[in-house]
Design a protein around this ligand. Structure first.
Ligand code: HEC
Length: 222
């Protein structure tokens, strides 16, 4: 081939350009989204994850919870998530602003957790119940008992001790990883509304037809 090097430089250039456009361009576009200021609440959303919640997010990622749980609510037409009570609106890119590699997940063997905190409050699942769920496991979900430790019961039960059986003279308490994970789960909510989170619904066909008739009538008058 006469122009071999030029040919390969050309191919490399074409691939590099498309990578920059598709991968880098969209990454920059999504990560440079600003926070949304809610004038009624006088606050910016989404808010930065505070220390222990950020630690919980790391634990969530490291334990692979995202292999069975998603954290993305699909809009009507793409799934029945709103009907199933996973959220009040679809998830949007801005929801994940302060998370690097957000665990949005691909497969659902358990329920979506994007709004878990809202659901837990409704179902009356508090911190201690959730810790117990993690310790015992729930149907279809493994136990994460390794996030808890047995500690000597020196005359008094610790307030965070789980109501489970343990060898005499000991009590089962959550480790800091379990505490962080549960704090994270009880902060999972996408209930603030961004302008882009409620896209305009297409008008029903009857209404469009009525507008068209009115417009034709108005034009005829002119
Ligand atoms: C093998 C799949 C699997 C893995 C891994 C898994 N879960 Fe689950 N999870 C489930 C299933 C299935 C349910 C639903 C159980 C039920 O309601 O009967 C569930 C339920 C839950 C619930 C209650 C949800 C609700 O709406 O009531 C929470 C919270 C939860 N999981 C958190 C986690 C966390 C945190 C991890 C990682 C430490 C995790 N899960 C890992 C399968 C899994």
């Amino acid at each position: 081939m006469k122009n071999g090097p030029l040919f390969f430089v050309g191919i490399f250039g074409a691939l590099a350009l498309s990578w920059a456009g598709v991968v880098m361009g969209s990454s920059k576009q999504l990560t440079s989204l600003p926070q949304h200021f809610d004038s009624l609440e006088g606050q910016h959303f989404p808010q930065k994850l505070n220390g222990i919640v950020a630690q919980g997010l790391d634990t969530y990622k490291s334990l692979g919870c995202a292999s069975c749980h998603t954290q993305q609510v699909r809009r009507p037409g793409f799934g029945n998530d709103l009907v199933r009570g996973f959220g009040e609106r679809q998830s949007v890119a801005r929801d994940y602003l302060f998370q690097s590699n957000p665990p949005i997940g691909q497969l659902r063997r358990g329920p979506d957790l994007a709004n878990y905190a809202v659901r837990a409050a409704k179902d009356g699942v508090d911190r201690s119940k959730l810790l117990l769920h993690l310790y015992t496991g729930i149907e279809g979900m493994p136990s994460y008992a390794f996030l808890f430790e047995e500690r000597k019961n020196e005359g008094h039960a610790l307030p965070q001790a789980l109501p489970v059986k343990s060898p005499a003279g000991t009590q089962v308490v959550p480790t800091p990883r379990a505490e962080a994970l549960v704090t994270y789960l009880l902060n999972l909510r996408q209930d603030y509304v961004y302008p882009e989170a409620t896209p305009a619904e297409p008008a029903p066909a009857a209404a469009t037809a009525a507008v068209a008739t009115a417009e034709t009538a108005a034009q005829a008058k002119k």
